[in-house]
Design a protein around this ligand. Sequence first.
Ligand code: FNR
Length: 185
Amino acid sequence: MKILALAGSMRTDSFNRKLLAIAVAIAEREGATVDRADPRVLDIPLYDGDVEAASGPPAAALALAARVAAADALLIASPEYNYSVPGVLKNAIDQLSRVKPMPLRGKRALLLSASLSLVGGNRGLWALRVPLEALGVHVSPDMFSLASAHEAMADGAVKDPLLAKLLDGMVVRWVAETKKLLAGS
Ligand code: FNR
């Protein structure tokens, strides 16, 4: 099982990047191969129909599309911005949706979030489900949202043992289910 791990924040000290790293380590422990997308992978020009008509999708979008196409599944950790999807991530999805063949169709996805608030960015994940599902991604019903991320993480780990166990179990289950589905397809 090949996973592309993607964070919805390009910030160096991003809590979502830290949360993603924890989930990636769990997935690798469970035998998955992970392509860790660099933080700047979302640095794709804003979608512009005139540019597309003149020269097709930008090189950065094609490069990300190739990595998505090579993966069976996506592990995404994203903050919520104003209760919704950060613009860089939505733009990347819009750009990917214009690449042919469209690389997102049929991929499995697990969504995670971390935020400073008590809701943990969960509203943003519900918003993120919409374009992903519209594009044919099978988004796991399970989602993990870490509240008060600035207090909840230390030394690259989730401090609360119960929450850490919840995240571990969720990733383990998702990897096992995805492997089973891939074996049957
Ligand atoms: C935020 N933040 C935020 N937090 C939240 O819980 N709900 C929200 O709606 C928003 N909205 C929002 C909008 C914008 C434009 C910014 C820059 C930030 C705060 C956010 O949770 C915080 O900045 C996180 O640290 C962002 O995630 P990373 O970069 O640490 O992964």
